[in-house]
Design a protein around this ligand. Sequence first.
Ligand code: ADP
Ligand code: LRH
Length: 486
Amino acid sequence: MPSVIAVDLGATSGRVVLTTVGDRLSLTEVHRFPTAARRSDDGLRLDVEALFAEVQTGIGMAMAAADGDVAAVGIDSWAVDYGLLAGGRLLDLPYNYRDERTAAGRAAIEKQIGHAELYARTGLQDLPINTINQLGHDLLTGRLSGAEHLLLLPDLLGYWLTGRVVAERTNASTTGLLDPRTGQWDWDLVDRIGLPRRILPEVVEPGTVVGPITTGPAAGIPLVAVGSHDTASAVVGAPLAEDDVFISSGTWSLVGMELDSPLLDEASRLANFTNEGGVDGTTRYLKNVMGLWILSEAVRGWEAAGLRAAVPDLVARAREITGVPTFDATHPSLIAPGDMPSRVKALAGGDERLDDPAFFTRAVLESLAIAYRDTIDELAALTGRRPRRVVIVGGGSANSLLNQLTADVTRLPVVAGPVEATAIGNSLVAARAVGLVHGSLSDLRRIVSMSTDLRHHSPALDRPTTELEAIVALSNEFGANPAFTR
Ligand code: ADP
Ligand code: LRH
């Protein structure tokens, strides 16, 4: 049976995966490489040419592993970042969204359009990283004057593979320039902020065959525009049932629910939820929580200072720790690279114990679980749904302490896995586009469930689950009415 190749660029690492799709999935990771942005005099930039070389190396390894029997290639990456092309060449190296230029960019956009109107039009969480805020800075500096095309990262790599210029819809939905009701660019908004219309490519649906690859080891094989926003692919690869909450847990934690249509009302804006485009016309209604970036960026600092601090070791030590302070794990001060322990300390009342890496790790994990609970409570109120389970996918789903804390704090059962949901969702949409598999998202998710050893975490029993149980617990504490004792 032919395979498909999934290229998945996460902010922590990029991987190339060879997937055989049948009643069950078989995944082989053939290549993994770092994707980190580089600090230069010109800001935080992405060496996309080096990334493309890694992608081609990985594709070559996958072609060899499959003996050439490959039916499609799909590419996804983190959202919002883009390259600018002029005469078929990159104008300069793309910026990364963690560059501080977005503060000035956001202020420039806000002068043109207030956030209430922007939300009503585009439905995006107000985050500095959004493409529109990056473009706000480009407009200030004149960087766009020579640009012919703006291509989000997967579309840029796709252009280098096929020569075709497109904007895949799920990723385009993270720009802040797309109308989530129509799935098309909001041209009025584009004109309002002074963006040249010419730079925005035709929007294509996930599942579109972009064209044959014309260069490198996969020449002749179709490139499929999959859910090219990595979170869109992760949600396809999450074994979700009705009323489940998903957490795509990697560098970021994306906490949300899949809806049939966007929610653009004022309550949604005030709660700062985002309406991103999903595969098959769905809406990914979610909130960005800062995620395991808080930990990985602290680890980077400790390692640079000569401390040995691997995440699995820290998590193992954090299991034994109690009594940590918690902090707001959605706080924008945590976005930029740099000294993470100091920033966390500032948010957590200056507790000096946070200098200890294991103590810090425990505080991060508990704070993430609390942010998940708060987001899930808001989700329930805003959608009118009653969340049934929490399905955690991505690298963070390998963190069983975080999974258990999530179950305990949210009082909901947690299902963890698959770790590689993004590559799986990418592969399934590519495979479906070329006829290797058929059916709806539920059909695709059935294949995921059949192919994955999911781990289940029940909420600990030592905390009250319902209002009634809270009353029972309180009355027990005060030795009150024995009729209520458990
Ligand atoms: P991205 O797709 O954004 O690159 P991943 O989904 O690969 O991110 O997740 C990366 C995160 O997963 C790391 O920051 C780390 O915290 C976590 N992780 C990966 N493997 C493990 C593991 N074995 N134990 C605990 N955490 C892990
Ligand atoms: C996760 C992710 C997330 C975006 C951020 C830029 O990798 O794509 O969905 O908000 O990176």
